[in-house]
Ligand binder design. Structure first.
Ligand SMILES: *[C@@H]1O[C@H](CO)[C@@H](O)[C@H](O)[C@H]1NC(C)=O
Ligand SMILES: *[C@@H]1O[C@H](CO)[C@@H](O)[C@H](O)[C@H]1NC(C)=O
Length: 460
């Protein structure tokens, strides 16, 4: 739906990073204590309880109008009333101006028990699917690292999207290694800077021809290269419909052994009158073993009839779709217990090239552009915000292929050893055997590899 970008990978949030987050905020008035969301197996958790995303996509102004709705404290507080009335626990924001202050809105959201899923990209600072090699550069990484640094400190930042709909058909899957490299780099940055390990992943377009491949791809390879979750947009349930008519039964079946949390980053077909009957399916045990909820597209009406409310000036008028969604949420509880999630989780195999639908030659990734490495040790510095010059034709691109494990903090900060100039074939050949040791329960192997690459993280 949106032409810009976003994605994410996860990391387990551990005590230490939570403490760090709290310390950062010590001098600020803390309006609430909200529990950070973590990943276990293929699900999100809030403490010991399963967490399902009940959210909306929030972009007042519409997708064509670049605005940062959470830098607007008044607008944010105005809309929180409706978020609470709808029973939401999450909003997604497509772009933020990283030179602005977001404390007031983020604290107000936290106080209301609402989390943020954030796209770190902006139209000017994002991968260009037509020129992925050039647009994956240090200027771009500085911008998104500055955004990550700002938002990791909020306990109610649920997740980062490293990219949004970068791949929107078969041929554009050529850009997938760059999307995956950006995801890797964001996770490396969080760890290297000892920030809270906010889950990082990608939001895929509603494309049938390579959805599963993209999901597997983002979850294959060494631990440092894999996402923390996967999300996709889905407009296939158009009321009146059903679990089987919509094909959602197949989307459960096809993803059943997928090892990461999955959610719908946009849903809400509006071909016919919306009753949001999909809500009942999404939060039922028919789906919760595999899916963790989703985000309705979208809060604000912007001319395309997807909106729940119409905003004019300070006036917010709720529309019929708002009432329909509220009714659907009100009558739909989450499953009791753990919703039958898969506690094992684990890596996928990398998909095999199958052009034009899946046009990725090698499992190897581009190395982090060298000038960006300093941000891992020095921090990202100031964000240029919406008024910055943009990054797509700026800076220095990647100079080679990464070795598997290059995203571990030790490798990434070890002055150049993270990238190698080996041919793609060489790197890919290295990857295969290692990947196999990443069977879901191969904790021993994971430990050994982490040690090998100098990373002190244990995951599971
Ligand atoms: C499920 O997987 C099958 C086999 O790969 C594929 O043909 C079908 O399109 C997939 N369905 C959905 C809804 O993803
Ligand atoms: C749980 O996830 C693992 C790893 O992805 C998979 O191998 C296994 O089949 C899954 N179990 C079920 C019941 O889906």
């Amino acid at each position: 739906m949106k032409a810009s970008v976003a994605s994410v990978a996860t990391a387990l949030t551990v005590g230490a990073s939570t403490v760090l987050g709290a310390a950062t905020n010590m001098n600020m008035k803390r309006d609430s204590d909200i529990t950070p969301i973590t990943v276990k197996g293929n699900a999100f958790f809030k403490g010991d309880d399963r967490f399902y995303i009940r959210g909306v996509d929030y972009q007042p102004g519409g997708s064509s109008d670049l605005a940062d709705p959470i830098a607007d404290a008044e607008g944010c507080k105005r809309d929180i009333k409706n978020f609470k009335d709808l029973g939401l626990n999450t909003i997604r924001v497509y772009s933020v101006d990283n030179s602005e202050d977001h404390d007031e809105c983020m604290n107000a959201l936290a106080e209301a028990g609402i989390y943020l899923v954030l796209d770190v990209n902006t139209p000017k600072y994002s991968l260009n699917r037509a020129e992925p090699k050039q647009s994956y550069n240090d200027v771009y990484l500085q911008y998104i690292f500055a955004t990550v640094e700002k938002f990791a400190k909020y306990d109610n930042t649920l997740a980062f999207f490293s990219g949004n709909e970068v791949i929107n058909d078969g041929p554009s899957s050529k850009a997938a290694p760059y999307v995956k490299a950006v995801t890797r780099d964001m996770r490396t940055f969080l760890r290297a800077r000892k920030l809270r390990e906010v889950p990082v992943g990608y939001s895929a377009a509603d494309v049938d021809t390579n959805r599963l491949e993209m999901a597997e791809y983002m979850n294959c390879g060494t631990e440092d290269e894999r996402s923390d979750f996967f999300a996709f947009n889905d407009y296939s349930w158009c009321d009146p419909s059903s679990f089987t008519t919509s094909g959602w039964d197949q989307k459960v079946k096809n993803f059943t052994s997928y090892g990461l949390p999955l959610f719908l980053s946009e849903y809400g077909c509006n071909t016919n009158t919306r009753k949001f009957e999909e809500v009942e399916a999404l939060y039922s045990e028919k789906m919760t073993g595999v899916y963790s909820g989703g985000l309705v597209y979208e809060y604000t009406e912007a001319g395309n009839k997807y909106g729940l409310v119409k905003i004019s000036g300070d006036n917010v008028k709720t529309l019929d779709d708002y009432d329909a969604l509220k009714k659907a949420f009100d009558k739909t509880d989450n499953p009791s217990g753990d919703g039958k999630y898969n506690s094992t989780g684990g890596a996928s195999g990398c998909p095999v090239k199958n052009a034009p639908n899946w046009d990725v030659d090698t499992d190897a990734l581009p190395a982090m552009p060298s000038p960006a490495k300093k941000y891992l040790t020095e921090g990202a510095g100031k964000g240029e915000g919406f008024s910055g010059k943009g990054s797509q034709n700026a800076g220095t691109a990647s100079s080679g292929t990464a070795s598997p494990g290059s995203g571990s903090v030790a490798s990434a900060t070890a002055g150049g050893s993270a990238s190698s100039s080996t041919s793609s074939e060489g790197a890919a050949a290295n990857l295969k055997p290692m990947q196999m040791t990443f069977a879901p329960v191969a904790v021993g192997a994971v430990t050994v590899l982490s040690t090998l690459f100098g990373a002190g993280f244990l995951f599971l």
